[in-house]
Design a protein around this ligand. Structure first.
Ligand SMILES: N[C@@H](CCC(=O)N[C@@H](CS)C(=O)NCC(=O)O)C(=O)O
Length: 311
């Protein structure tokens, strides 16, 4: 199999979720550092439009969204599992809660003025402006939740995590599952990236202890790669054969049709391409790029909108 390449940046919480899963599964991987905000020409050469962080590359195949990336890594290395049989449903449900509800509240808390000042210390004024504008545009112009409201909600979410940790070392048992990785990344940000605000963890010491246990999992073995090398590798690779995948048609769109896929929220940059697979859980688009050649971009169904491209 071709190498596992993670396109990410150190400060990205969702990337930290995947870095830790790579460590959990004891994998070796290549690390491509990408910009924190647009423009991201080398990202878009590979994904065709999708700009969120992280995405995973294997040869000429790009995998978007951490829920899908976790499934791909589980397939590559099934043990230890992210989805223990007895809690298979609940681990995905808790993970979705953490990714979609704990994450924005934690980031609203983390980016209150004292946290933002800590994270952005040393940045040039223009970079701060560009970053803030980029994230405001990604939220569709909506303001972040006010700090006081975020603090109250975050505390209540931390209490829920704490209750889950009263009887075992990880959220759903004696070993980590997907739920732990999804709850880890926003709380890791508080502990490690905005230590000036980490006292919010004082009321739930077992959450702090769990964070330290999770952190010990580490990131596996990573070796740097440049984005130019990643693009060249895509160009010289053949995309995975997905012609045998079960076709689940829910949109009345045939395989071979030119389509566009957009995230439901937060970062609506569209990806255009030919629909070459639509399984129960994911879509695959094939597209041509002047620099990356023929590539396939994989998306989960959950959280994404599929439409026929307008001709
Ligand atoms: N549902 C997505 C969320 C990813 C996400 O929101 N990532 C943040 C960074 S942690 C992002 O894309 N920020 C904008 C950027 O990096 O350009 C996933 O699970 O991958």
């Amino acid at each position: 199999m071709s190498e596992i390449i993670l396109h990410h940046y150190p400060l990205s919480p969702f990337a930290e979720k995947i870095r830790l899963v790579l460590g959990f599964k004891n994998l070796s991987w290549r690390s491509v550092n990408i910009p924190m905000y647009m423009p991201k020409p080398d990202v878009v050469a590979l994904t065709g439009g999708y700009r969120r962080t992280p995405f995973l590359q294997i040869g000429a195949d790009m995998y978007c969204d951490t829920a899908l990336i976790c499934d791909v890594l589980e397939h590559i290395n099934p043990k230890p599992t992210l989805y223990p049989e007895a809690v298979k449903g609940v681990t995905r449900i808790v993970a979705q809660w953490a990714d979609s509800l704990v994450f924005p509240v934690a980031m609203a808390y983390n980016f209150q003025p004292a946290g933002a000042a800590h994270v952005l210390k040393g940045w040039a004024e223009d970079d701060v402006k560009a970053f803030v504008q980029d994230r405001t545009q990604m939220r569709g112009g909506a303001a972040r939740m006010p700090a006081a409201d975020a603090t109250g909600t975050y505390k209540s979410y931390l209490r829920r995590l704490s209750h889950m940790l009263e009887h075992h070392s990880f959220l759903l048992g004696d070993a980590p599952s997907l739920a732990d990785f999804s709850a880890y990344h926003p709380t890791w940000y508080t502990l490690r990236q905005v230590p000036v605000l980490e006292s919010i963890l004082d009321a739930t010491p077992n959450v702090r202890d769990w964070l330290l246990r999770m952190e010990k999992i580490g990131h596996g073995t990573a070796q740097d790669m440049t984005s130019e090398q990643a693009i060249a590798l895509a160009h010289s690779s053949t995309p995975k054969d997905v012609s045998g995948e079960d076709f689940v048609a829910l949109h009345g769109i045939a395989l071979g049709t030119q389509v566009v896929i957009t995230a439901e929220s937060f970062g609506l940059e569209p990806t255009h391409g030919e629909l070459v697979a639509a399984t129960r859980t994911r879509y695959v688009l094939r597209r041509q790029d002047p620099r990356a050649g023929t590539v396939q971009v994989h998306f989960p169904r959950n959280g994404f909108i599929l439409k026929k491209a307008e001709s």
